[in-house]
Design a protein around this ligand. Structure first.
Ligand code: NCD
Length: 343
């Protein structure tokens, strides 16, 4: 695909070569994300960051990514703070905002809403999550992290064994990730969920049509055996008809140090898109894993900035200009943790 000027709405847009190009740009931007160097390549550009659903890391990391490239960020974080609350259509909001900004990032509770918004926008729109549908930038940063972790163990992506655990029905990050994984060779995927929260058939068929090995499990221990990556997700309570319905699933699958040690391999990498639900009744990823060196959840969140920087650099066509606007950082910067356990 041509990234320049494109909306990023679904991972369906990407071929494997596109992912390779994006990750090469992300690799080149690492010194800027790590605060070894700064660049002002997007000086004068404005990002409209529109979040009509709760968000911490996606909203802030998109904003930081744009700032780290030298651009400015305007934020709207609630429907009630925008004219959508006065009955304005997505179409009109898109026409207005695209007159003010160079790129728009949008999260919205309705499936397909970001695509509808994008169709009226005059500037590129990036989907930061549309209901239970997709979350492409999360899947890209997850895949970038998988590649980094697996590389650090001296292996490549092809032949990867992954277990995806939890709410696979409503988890948009999982939907996007599973479809991206289908682009690689000989992937073995264990889909581990409570009965009723299985992955949607259209997502599973992308993997099946590409000839990958798919296991469907309703037993946690059985599903997480012999995998390179253990990817755990939260029950998406906001997508259920009522809190009581979500309660039926909460706490059914809990990955903790004991379960991990019993069923996983010594190098199995533990991932989660976050937020993890740390309330007593949930705890799908127990805090007793915090000291486990294979826990990659904060390496994922760090990678959110660099991968989103790469997306902006490609969509706004400044990849070749980044170095022209670069200089070393002169302020105090804290030591950062290595990008992967084995590095
Ligand atoms: C995810 C989301 O919003 O879909 N969070 C995120 O962006 N990192 C996953 C979740 O909320 O469970």
């Amino acid at each position: 695909m041509d990234f320049v000027g494109s909306h990023i709405l679904s991972v369906d847009q990407f071929a494997r070569g596109d992912i390779d190009r994006l990750f090469a740009v992300a690799d080149a931007l690492e010194p800027f994300a790590r605060r070894d160097r700064i660049t002002r390549v997007l000086q004068g550009a404005i990002l409209s960051n529109m979040f009509f659903e709760p968000s911490t890391r996606t909203r802030v990391s998109f904003g930081c990514a744009f700032n780290r490239l030298g651009g400015d960020v305007r934020e709207t974080t609630e429907v009630k703070a925008s004219a959508l609350a006065k009955g304005e259509s997505l179409h009109d909001t898109a026409r207005v905002l695209s007159g003010y900004s160079d790129v728009i990032v949008m999260r919205h509770p309705q499936e397909g809403s970001v695509a509808e918004f994008a169709s009226a926008s005059r500037v590129p729109v990036i989907n930061a999550g549309d209901g239970a549908n997709e979350h492409p930038s999360q899947a890209l940063l997850d895949l970038y992290t998988v590649r980094q972790e697996i590389r650090a163990q001296g292996r490549g992506m092809d032949g990867l064994r992954i277990a995806v655990v939890g709410d696979l029905k409503f988890g948009r990050a999982v939907h996007s990730l599973l479809k991206l994984l289908a682009l690689f060779e000989r992937i073995s995927v264990n889909l581990v969920s409570p009965p009723g929260l299985e992955a949607p058939p259209d997502v599973v068929s992308v993997l099946a049509d590409a000839g990958h090995d798919i296991g469907v499990h309703h037993d946690l221990g059985e599903g997480i055996h012999h995998v390179d990556i253990l990817y755990v997700t939260r029950t998406q309570e906001e997508r259920f008809a009522s809190p009581e319905e979500a309660d039926r699933y909460r706490g059914l699958f809990r990955v903790n140090e004991a379960i991990y040690t019993e069923h996983c391999e010594p190098n199995t990498v533990i991932m989660h898109p976050l937020p993890r639900d740390s309330r007593a009744q949930a705890q799908e990823l127990d805090e007793d894993l915090n000291a486990n060196p294979n826990l990659a959840i904060f390496r994922q969140t760090d990678n959110g900035v660099v991968v989103r920087m790469a997306l902006f650099a490609m969509v706004l066509d400044v990849v070749d200009q980044v170095q022209d606007h670069a200089r070393p950082v002169t302020w105090y910067t804290a030591k950062r943790t290595p990008a992967a356990r084995h590095l």
